[in-house]
Ligand binder design. Structure first.
Ligand SMILES: CC(C)(COP(=O)(O)OP(=O)(O)OC[C@H]1O[C@@H](n2cnc3c(N)ncnc32)[C@H](O)[C@@H]1OP(=O)(O)O)[C@@H](O)C(=O)NCCC(=O)NCCS
Length: 183
């Protein structure tokens, strides 16, 4: 189950969505699970729900939801998280990682992924000089999404952070964060 968006570099962005970002709470976990299932990203298991509940309570992580007005009802149009790895895993160094992002398919190409990424990078910049993420080489949408922050490839491997990459190639990416953002 990859759930990657189709790679459409020439599709162009749609009208930006009016969303508000906020830290996720335990009350968001059911909505996050529904989004993951709808996007084909994950099974809505009890174990996944428990993992998300732990994540939102962890002060070493930044877990955000993007709320949109969906015909008068607030709904979660996207969410994203960071991981702080304290030890090297596989070939990936310790540090703050952008640790996953999903935007509900009907809301894609409206700037929500970029907004969630910018907010997480500001959170990391307040704590570290560098940010990392790992991505499947086949996930062109994600690679293009992250380009504007100057991520560059550190290395590629079949397994990183415990993830076996479908297709056999994952990339470890790093961006040096602007000192001004850390101030
Ligand atoms: C990747 C993902 C989070 C992007 O979210 P989004 O809200 O659609 O992204 P944005 O609208 O902010 O797009 C910002 C830029 O990213 C790039 N991009 C986003 N989706 C793209 C796609 N399908 N194909 C090519 N480039 C894409 C574009 O450069 C885009 O700018 P543009 O729309 O002006 O051309 C979304 O497609 C998704 O949830 N994918 C499935 C989950 C996933 O792969 N997560 C990443 C795991 S590492």
């Amino acid at each position: 189950m990859t759930g990657f968006a189709p790679y459409e570099p020439d599709a162009g962005g749609r009208t930006p969505a009016a969303v508000s970002l906020r830290p996720a709470t335990r009350g968001d976990v059911d909505g996050i699970l529904r989004l993951e299932v709808a996007a084909g990203r994950a099974a809505g298991s009890v174990g996944a729900a428990e993992g998300y509940r732990r994540a939102v309570a962890d002060p070493q992580r930044c877990i955000l939801v993007a709320e949109a007005d969906d015909d008068g009802r607030r709904s979660i149009a996207g969410w994203a998280k960071t991981h702080r790895h304290v030890e090297a895993v596989d070939q990936a160094p310790p540090g703050h990682y952008l640790g996953g992002i999903t935007v509900d398919p009907p809301w894609r190409r409206r700037g929500i992924g970029a907004a969630l990424t910018d907010a997480r990078l500001q959170w990391i910049a307040a704590r570290a000089d560098d940010a990392f993420y790992v991505v499947n080489l086949r996930n062109g949408a994600s690679i293009d999404l992250h380009r504007r922050w100057g991520f560059t490839e550190v290395l590629r491997a079949p397994r990183l952070m415990g993830i076996e990459f479908e297709g056999g190639v994952g990339l470890l990416m790093r961006a040096h964060l602007d000192a001004a953002e850390r101030a």
